[in-house]
Design a protein around this ligand. Structure first.
Ligand SMILES: [Zn+2]
Ligand SMILES: [Zn+2]
Length: 235
């Protein structure tokens, strides 16, 4: 089914190919594409470099991901050298002595080596993309999307909360009902799993669904795992 825009096209592919929150998957893809762009086109962009220096680079996850792009060696070296120089400057600007490390220096300068999800430029790009994906999905919401989303297992808690905040009443109602059905199903599977731990019922086999229900709950509550980097590290 062809879609009216690239965001919905990507979402449709994700919903057909992957289980779990499609908004999380979409965000990860967007973050990776953004990093790819930085490595190949923007590594010499002065404005971006300044921003990266101010924030001390990318978060731990995206810093590692940066190394997985084939041919990223030069870009990574340029970025990491600038960061390490900045780290050195910050350490040198700090007076030595007990307690001085955290009490001196400009307030805007952080001594955390890697930024978090709220300051990493790639994470911020992910979050903006995730919101856009939700908005597009809601704008074109119909029974086909509802069916696809239900089959994929639905959204994670945070993305559902954002979708409910942005959705018109009728769509919000359908989203709520779908997720309530799904989450109640997992709660029942966990009930069964817990029951079968009792010695009286231990002979009853645990189904595959019951065995992975804890993992499913975690994914719903914390978002799809960022996972082990699949591509081979560039050496
Ligand atoms: Zn999600
Ligand atoms: Zn990040």
């Amino acid at each position: 089914m062809s879609q009216p825009n690239a965001t919905l096209e990507d979402l449709s592919i994700i919903l057909h190919e992957k289980q779990g929150c499609p908004i999380c998957h979409y965000g990860r893809q967007a973050g990776r594409k953004y990093l790819d762009g930085v490595m190949y086109e923007s590594v010499n962009d002065f404005g971006l470099r300044e921003r990266l220096v101010q924030n001390m680079g990318f978060c731990a996850f995206h810093s590692q991901e940066m190394l997985t792009f084939p041919g990223a060696k030069l870009g990574a070296a340029i970025i990491e050298q600038a960061m390490l120089k900045e780290a050195l400057r910050r350490i040198k600007a700090t007076s030595s002595g007990r307690n001085s490390f955290f009490s001196r220096g400009s307030k805007s300068e952080s001594f955390h080596a890697a930024p978090d999800r709220n300051t990493c430029p790639a994470c911020l790009h992910e979050q903006a993309s995730e919101r856009r994906a939700i908005e597009e999905l809601l704008a074109y919401w119909n029974d086909d999307w509802a069916g696809l989303l239900e089959k994929s297992g639905g959204m994670c808690f945070n993305h559902l909360a954002l979708a409910l905040h942005l959705a018109p009443k009728a769509t919000a109602k359908s989203l709520k009902q779908m997720h309530e059905r799904r989450w109640r199903e997992i709660i029942a599977q966990l009930d069964e799993f817990i029951r079968k731990q009792d010695y009286r019922f231990r002979h009853e086999p645990i189904s595959e669904e019951e065995a992975i229900a804890s993992r499913r709950s975690i994914d719903i509550l914390t978002g799809e795992p960022r996972g082990v980097i699949q591509a081979k590290l560039v050496t």
